[in-house]
Design a binder for this molecule. Structure first.
Ligand SMILES: Nc1ncnc2c1ncn2[C@@H]1O[C@H](COP(=O)(O)OP(=O)(O)OP(=O)(O)O)[C@@H](O)[C@H]1O
Ligand code: SF4
Ligand SMILES: [Mg+2]
Length: 387
């Protein structure tokens, strides 16, 4: 059922998109747009928890051994909250989200709990799960071209997304599709309904994906690298649209990215993943200014524009690579790359534990060492920078 309280039909102050229908592809007038929305200006998180993931583990049997892709992920998301999930490639961000969406291959071994408003999705029948996923929990993928069908018009695909969950006349579903296109800032939505995906620019396609995600009035939107394929200006526009739409439909967002810079100003809280586990969870400002896990400090040092990294705008990637998920080393998985590692780090994997701030947890034996310095990225300076 559509939520009658949903304020639909009010177009957002989206970008002035270039191009009319006489043009083959819609382009964004990127130069004129800047990010206007700040997270504080949108409605904050509510009291009610909508999604809770408890000790989720996912592994894949392969010829080389068991890939332990997700090794105990727990988090909760509240109404209208934006939770950023950040980590390097291969840290288990997508696999943990695909588990929530029920989109993992059959070979995956899944354990733990995925609670939607208190109900464990993993205990529901396939039919019950399908009814929730895509409707109450929606997903936006990195590449809209793989999610959109090239042979159907945008309008048909949006209408189909409605009709697969709700019985209504097709005309009504198309009217809803038009409202959603307006909501995500697509101009002349009534004419755009007949366009095919290739007639939209990359940014417009991603807007269409957001429209598709919100068309059934979801409680949670999982956005997995929604802007990685787009240029920086269009990225900012799309993220702005996402935050605005969150308020329009009253949804929470789980924003997945490998780029810590993307969650600044976008997420209320951040969960940092490493080697299949959360290693730090805190409010976004704390993660940026007072991280308590060296890996997070290393990620901060690799954001070019962050103030106070001691290296101007220099990019300083963390040296080394993440461990094999088949043969995990003993101790802290970050120890081979960590400038603060000591003997205990190589023997005992630290659990996620409270730090010096309520609600700020980190998996590090020596988090207090980061609390002693003003700029925690200092530990990741190269020798030439230190001179
Ligand atoms: N079907 C599968 N079979 C075996 N291993 C898999 C499978 N799917 C994912 N993996 C492995 O699980 C690990 C976590 O993958 P995941 O896609 O979650 O990473 P990610 O954090 O989303 O990375 P990226 O930033 O590159 O998207 C990776 O090592 C990946 O190779
Ligand atoms: S536990 Fe040790 S190796 Fe791991 S992040 Fe903390 S200091 Fe570094
Ligand atoms: Mg991924």
């Amino acid at each position: 059922m559509t939520n009658p309280s949903m304020p639909i039909g009010a177009p957002l102050p989206g970008p002035a998109a270039g191009g009319g229908l006489d043009q083959p592809a819609v382009t964004e007038s990127a130069a004129e747009v800047h990010v206007a929305t700040k997270l504080e200006e949108t409605a904050g998180p509510g009291e009610k928890e909508v999604l809770r993931v408890e000790d989720l583990t996912v592994s894949f049997p392969t010829d080389d051994g068991l890939v332990r892709a997700v090794r105990g992920v727990s988090y909760a998301v509240h109404e209208r909250e934006v939770l950023g999930i950040v980590g390097e490639s291969g840290s288990g961000k997508s696999v943990s989200s695909m588990a929530v969406m029920g989109l993992l291959p059959k070979s995956a071994r899944i354990a733990g709990k995925i609670l939607y408003r208190g109900d464990d999705l993993l205990k529901k029948s396939a039919k019950q799960q399908r009814a929730l996923r895509g409707k109450k929990i929606a997903m936006i993928f990195q590449d809209p071209m793989t999610a959109l069908n090239p042979v159907y018009s945008i309008g048909d695909q949006l209408a189909e997304a409605v009709l697969s969950h709700e019985i209504m006349p097709r005309k009504k579903a198309l009217a809803r599709a038009e409202e959603m296109l307006a909501l995500v800032g697509i101009p002349q939505p009534n004419r755009r309904l007949d366009n095919y995906p290739h007639e939209f620019s990359g940014g417009m396609r991603q807007r269409a994906m957001i429209a598709m995600a919100v068309i059934n009035n979801p409680d949670v939107i999982i956005a997995d690298e929604p802007t990685t394929a787009l240029d920086v200006t269009v990225q900012a526009q799309i993220l702005e649209t996402l935050v605005q739409v969150k308020d329009q439909v009253n949804a929470a967002i789980v924003l997945i990215t490998h780029d810590l810079g993307v969650v600044a100003g976008m997420a209320h809280r951040v969960l940092v993943m490493y080697a299949g586990k959360p290693v730090e969870i805190a409010e976004t400002d704390r993660v940026f200014y007072q991280p308590r896990m060296p890996y997070t400090a290393g990620l901060l040092g690799s954001i070019p524009s962050l103030e106070g990294n001691g290296a101007g705008s220099r990019l300083r990637p963390i040296v080394g690579t993440p461990p094999s998920l088949i043969n995990m080393p003993t101790g802290c998985p970050f120890s081979p790359r960590c400038p603060l590692a000591t003997g205990i780090c190589r023997e005992v994997e630290p659990p996620l534990a409270p730090t010096d701030e309520l609600g700020h947890v980190a998996a590090c034996h020596h988090w207090d060492k980061l609390a002693e310095v003003d700029d925690p990225t200092v530990f990741f300076r190269t020798e030439s920078e230190a001179v």
